[in-house]
Design a binder for this molecule. Structure first.
Ligand SMILES: C=C(O[C@@H]1C=C(C(=O)O)C=C[C@H]1O)C(=O)O
Length: 416
């Protein structure tokens, strides 16, 4: 059966009063993403499309391979959930959940939508079970306990591996193969018996309130970086680069090295968007705080896009950006692969799209991967000709601590 001949039915099966905190403590979602316009929680999967990679989206949009939708839900609500690995040749995953719960920060009403493949296929028993558990939430089975640490101390970052990687990058920069490359390191911390995914997500959300909480496959994270928000033929991207502890954020505005790293990113994204419209606006640089660390940020807007364009078409033209890969892109990706192997979801993206293929996507960073008894932490930094090995190593430490600390501290998590 050709994918495009699958028909998906979706209908709203309930509206409840519940907070995101309650839901995350009660439900272990298959997918979660809190975007600028609201959040979506996916439970189960009734359709998974693994076909296209970012590289072949550049040539042909996968949109015509997506199912036909029969909807009892208003347009503009998330339908397709996306997770894409860093490697542009690896397939990305587009799925439709069995159930989607949606809501936004400024209201405590959540809507529950069910999807199925044929209009007679709705699984009413599973629907009832989910609705019953949401009813219970309303009654207020809330977990107000003080939480002990969810993870142990972090294992040390490998400074020898860093030194080798940095030297290889410096060599490639010196011989003119690349201008910028983003190198990363990983380390682990063991989970404590108190660890639960929902609790970990709530802690990240509380500590990194300007970031976008996500969960997919074995990853959770809170991304500070908007790759693309596409709505009504207008796209917005807000790349970051340059990192300081928040107390030293002022240094970023006058650091030629960080400003240059950032310009490489802004120029590359602008060029990608210019392939779709000649109306691209680059706004003024600003400083952006992501919990304990700050970055340089620039909003880029692309106007008057063709209504035919979908979120994935735009991602195909800009990702992986030099904020996570480097410049020139192919050479940087090649070097990263030889030094780090495959990154998987780290450095890829998570996103959602509605049935008009508008949607939002965020860079998959500030994340942890669940390895079973341990969590794997990973963070990267941009290296250019004026970068210093030790300073970049400390930047990686700061980024990893921004995610580890909230999971490690002893916290009284109350619902204000
Ligand atoms: C690669 C990461 O972050 C990216 C790299 C940055 C940098 O080079 O300073 C800053 C923000 C992000 O664009 C990460 O958090 O792992």
């Amino acid at each position: 059966m050709k994918l495009s001949s699958i028909e998906i039915y979706r209908k709203q099966i309930g509206v409840f009063h519940a907070t995101l905190e309650d839901l995350l403590l009660a439900i272990d979602p298959t997918f979660f993403l809190e975007g600028r316009s609201g959040w979506v929680m996916g439970i189960g999967e009734i359709f998974v499309f693994h076909g296209a990679s970012l590289s072949n989206i550049r040539e042909a949009s996968p949109s015509n391979a997506l199912p036909k939708i029969h909807s009892e839900v208003e347009r503009g609500t998330p339908l397709y959930l996306i997770s894409a690995p860093f490697e542009p040749h690896s397939p990305l995953k587009i799925s439709i959940p069995e159930f989607a719960i949606t809501g936004s920060d400024n209201q405590d009403t959540v809507a529950v939508v069910a999807h199925c493949r044929q209009d007679s296929d709705f699984n009413y028993r599973r629907q009832q079970a989910l609705l019953d558990s949401l009813e219970q939430l309303q009654i207020g089975a809330m977990d107000r306990l003080n939480y002990p640490p969810l993870v142990e101390d972090l294992h040390r970052l490998d400074s020898i591996a860093w030194s080798d990687r940095f030297d290889r990058a410096a060599e490639a920069i010196q011989n003119g193969t690349i201008d910028k490359v983003v190198l990363s390191l990983t380390t682990t911390a063991t989970k404590t018996p108190a660890y639960k995914k929902g609790k970990a997500m709530l802690r990240l959300r509380k500590s990194l309130p300007t970031s976008h909480l996500f969960a997919t496959d074995s990853y959770i994270g809170a991304s500070p970086e908007l790759l693309v928000d596409l709505k009504n033929s207008v796209a917005i991207s807000k790349p970051l680069a340059g990192t300081r502890e928040t107390q030293r954020r002022g240094e970023l505005s006058s650091s030629t090295k960080d400003l240059r790293e950032h310009d490489i990113v802004v120029q590359s994204i602008s060029a990608g968007l210019l392939s779709h419209t000649n109306k691209v606006k680059v706004l003024a640089k600003e400083l952006f705080d992501a919990g304990p660390i700050s970055h340089i940020a620039t909003e880029i807007q692309a106007l008057d896009l063709s209504p035919e364009l979908g979120l994935l078409d735009l991602l195909g033209s800009i990702a992986p950006t030099p904020a996570i890969a480097g410049y020139p892109s192919d050479e940087a990706i090649e070097l990263i692969k030889s030094l780090e192997g495959e990154r998987g979801l780290f450095g890829g993206f998570v996103g959602f799209m509605d049935d008009t293929l508008d949607g939002e996507a965020y860079l998959a960073i500030r994340s942890v991967r669940d390895l079973g008894s341990d969590l794997l932490f990973q963070a990267g930094v941009g290296v250019i000709s004026s970068s210093e090995k030790d300073q970049e190593f400390h930047e990686i430490e700061h980024k990893i601590h921004a995610v580890h600390h909230p999971l490690h501290e002893s916290l009284a998590l109350t619902h204000e």
